[in-house]
Structure formats: C-alpha cells, structure tokens
Design a protein around this ligand. Structure first.
Ligand code: G
Ligand code: G
Ligand code: MN
Ligand code: NA
Length: 257
C-alpha cells in the first residue's frame, strides 16, 4: 500500500522517466526503432522496476494516467529526434490490457498524436496476448482502427500467452516479438530452435515482421541472422538507454554510414 500511495504522487513529483531500448535490423544493425520503457526513481528506494510497479499501477488504475504520460513523452521525444535528423525511427510503447480497453482509448491516442505532431507511422503500440482473453472482438476492432491511422501494432512476449493461430490470422499486426525465454536457450535446446524457426516461417507467410528479444550473445545473433529474423533487440546491441546516451549512439552510427 505504501508503494501504491507513493506511485500516486510519482507523476506529479517528476519521479518517472523513460529509457529507450534500440531495436536493430538484423542484417545491417541499423537502428530502426526504440522501445520506451518506464522507470521510477523512488525518493527512498531508488530505482523501482516496472516489473514491480506496473502490476500495482494496473490494480489501482494508475496505469491510465501513467500510460498516457508514457505515450505522450515517447511521441514528443520521437518528434524531437525526427527534427534533429533521425528521421525514420519508430517508437514503441507498451500498453497494458486495462489501458488498451479504456472506453476512449482511440480518442486519447488521436489527441496525443495530434498534440505532439508525430507522424502516426512512427508510433508502434505493443500489446500482449493477455489482452485477448474475453475481449477478442474489442481488440480486433481496435487494431483495425489503429491500422487505418497507420499506427503500427506489435504482439509482445509472443509465445508465452494465449494467442491461437486462428486469432493471429484475424489480427492486423505488423510485428511479433519473440519472447526472450525462447531466445535464451536457442543454441542449447533444440526445441527452442524449432519454435523460433516455426515462428519465423509463420510470420513470413502472414507478412509480419519478427523481432527477437533478449539477444545477449554473438551466437544467438548469428543464428537469428542466418534464419532471416528481421530485427533484434537485446543487451548484445544495447541496454535501455537514457535520452542523451541514445542520441550519442545514434550520432556515432550516423558517422559510420
Ligand atoms: O524494462 P524492464 O525489463 O524492466 O520492464 C519490465 C516490464 O515492464 C516489461 O514487461 C515491460 O513490458 C513493462 N513495461 C515497461 N514500460 C512499460 C510501460 O510504459 N507500460 C507498460 N504497461 N508496461 C511497461
Ligand atoms: O515485456 P517486454 O518485452 O516489454 O519487456 C522488455 C524488457 O526486456 C525490457 O525491460 C528490457 O530491459 C528486457 N530485455 C530486453 N532485452 C534483454 C536482454 O537481452 N536481456 C535481458 N536480461 N533483458 C532484456
Ligand atoms: Mn515490450
Ligand atoms: Na517482450
């Protein structure tokens, strides 16, 4: 309870901030986008992980104002980067189920996109399979509406939830993100290897982009590259970064090309 009271004030006290984690094209290692990851700098406890406070935010409903803040900051920031010359990066924002199923979520997204001036094709919303439990119709409709607006949608933590192939076929998804638990044992566990190959060929047939998450070693990267996985996200390329550090990385990449 103490933590949820503190979280209530965290936004007003400017204790939340965002780190951005690069997503690179597998073949060229060009940075195609960044994922916005919220962080909380608690006055007494220091950094509190979102793995800890996002569930509290969901239970208390605070995920609504927090999620809206993250979305606005991420769009604003990406617009700034575009104005600085980093013109074709997508920013991805994680949406929890409660946030996605708000009554007026489309109006909120429209308003934020308009306010910040970001072109909608440079915004991606990450949802999880848990969004679909007993809300299939609503979510299918929402994804169609986002597609009309050219906003991208990715399915996060793919393979850990409840999506059926039947459902996957009906969704307007741009990208699936293979959960890091599959990538972790890619070279030691033949089953994981098969699962990844399977997801890659399925995604190709369905015209979806695939991001492998949690890539930490050269061997994992080499395997995924050889299987023509589209994009890589993981500590092997970069950890989540503060704005200044990301800008330094973008500049150094720009000079190398
Ligand atoms: O960044 P890290 O690995 O600590 O994130 C832990 C979890 O918190 C991940 O599941 C991630 O998706 C989630 N998370 C990070 N930022 C946000 C956010 O802005 N909104 C939501 N709903 N979840 C987030
Ligand atoms: O649930 P979601 O996929 O949004 O979670 C993203 C989280 O996964 C981020 O908080 C990020 O810190 C973490 N992550 C991304 N890549 C790696 C990685 O290579 N290794 C580890 N341990 N965590 C990672
Ligand atoms: Mn994510
Ligand atoms: Na994920």
């Amino acid at each position: 309870f103490a933590l949820s009271n503190d979280l209530r004030k965290a936004l007003a006290k400017d204790e939340l901030f965002i780190q951005y984690m690069p997503r690179v094209q597998a073949q060229t290692t060009e940075i195609l986008g960044v994922e916005a990851l919220v962080r909380w700098n608690h006055p007494d406890w220091g950094l509190v992980s979102p793995a800890e406070f996002v569930p509290i935010a969901e239970e208390t409903g605070l995920i609504i104002p927090i999620g809206e803040w993250v979305l606005r900051e991420a769009c604003k920031q990406n617009k700034r980067w575009q104005d600085m010359g980093f013109t074709s990066m997508t920013v991805s924002v994680n949406f929890s189920v409660k946030q996605l199923l708000q009554q007026n979520i489309l109006q909120t997204i429209d308003r934020i996109v308009e306010e910040t001036g970001l072109s909608p094709e440079y915004l991606e919303i990450e949802i999880t399979e848990s969004s679909f439990i007993s809300n299939e119709k609503e979510v299918i409709h929402l994804l169609d509406e986002l597609k009309k607006r050219k906003i991208k949608v990715s399915l996060d933590d793919f393979g850990t939830g409840f999506s059926s192939l039947y459902l996957l076929k009906q969704l307007s998804l741009d990208t699936i993100k293979i959960d890091k638990s599959f990538v972790e044992e890619i070279l030691t566990n033949p089953v994981n290897k098969s699962i990844i190959e399977c997801i890659l060929s399925l995604a190709k047939a369905m015209n979806m982009n695939v991001v492998a998450e949690g890539v930490e070693t050269a061997e994992q990267y080499a395997f995924l590259k050889s299987k023509e996985c589209d994009e890589i996200q993981g500590y092997y390329f970069s950890r989540p970064l503060d704005i200044k550090d990301l800008e330094a990385l973008l500049k150094s990449k720009q000079m190398n090309t």
